[in-house]
Design a protein around this ligand. Structure first.
Ligand code: DX5
Ligand code: ZN
Length: 214
């Protein structure tokens, strides 16, 4: 059994057939379903919100991993919890001087809490929160779009976080992840891989998911 949590991003899925898409992902071995929420402010793109999480929830037997790329995430956490999110990740850069409060708020909702950093944010800035969160999400592309190229210098943040983290911290990476870049990240200490285009563009989804598990 692999210890790598594979969380396929439905950003690359067929939005007209999400029920089918999430069922396929589960059938082929996904551990979580990664949902990319974008608001057109924190990132230039707009995607989906809590109503879509609510719509897919009845079809998901595995946890919904919700990645909030939005400003003022504190205003939307309750909506995503009600919709069925199991893991809620906010961006450190979007929490401004309220990082601790936002983390506590998510924790109080009985879901797992993740804190994400964009490529230009140094890992040292979030070390003081490592004991408070369940997961750190290291972005390996600028958030906003699927299908971008993996940035190695972002992956180099992983060991710094791992060395300072409690044993059970999940370190997730997201952006340009495939079999090879996923391996680079797991060797550096990541244990959760998000992948969108690699999984959905592959001709064999089961094999693609399996290949990420190492
Ligand atoms: C990017 C999103 C990612 C994206 C990954 O802002 O957070 O989850 O869907 O897509 P790929 O795997 O295509 O880079
Ligand atoms: Zn994401």
């Amino acid at each position: 059994m692999s210890n790598i949590i594979v969380s396929p991003s439905i950003l690359s899925a067929d939005f007209a057939n999400l029920e089918h898409e999430v069922k396929e992902l589960q059938k082929y071995g996904a551990d979580w379903i990664h949902v990319d929420v974008m608001d057109g402010h924190f990132v230039p793109n707009i995607t989906i919100g809590a109503p879509v999480v609510k719509a897919i929830k009845p079809h998901c037997e595995i946890p919904l991993d919700v990645h909030l790329m939005i400003e003022n995430p504190q205003n939307y956490i309750d909506d995503f919890v009600k919709a069925g999110a199991n893991i809620i990740t906010v961006h450190y850069e979007a929490t401004k001087d309220m990082t601790e409060d936002v983390i506590s708020h998510i924790k109080s909702q009985d879901v797992l809490v993740g804190l994400s950093i964009k490529p230009k944010t140094q890992p040292q800035e979030i070390l003081k929160y490592l004991l408070m969160v369940d997961m750190v999400l290291v972005m390996t592309v600028e958030p906003g779009f699927g299908g971008q190229s993996f940035m190695q210098d972002c992956a180099d943040k992983i060991p710094i976080i791992r060395q300072n983290a409690p044993e059970n911290l999940i370190i997730q990476v997201d952006g340009g992840i495939n079999k090879d870049t996923g391996k680079i990240c797991t060797q550096l200490g990541a244990n959760s891989l998000v992948a969108g285009s690699y999984i959905f563009n592959s001709t064999d989804m089961e094999e693609a998911i399996k290949s990420l598990k190492g």
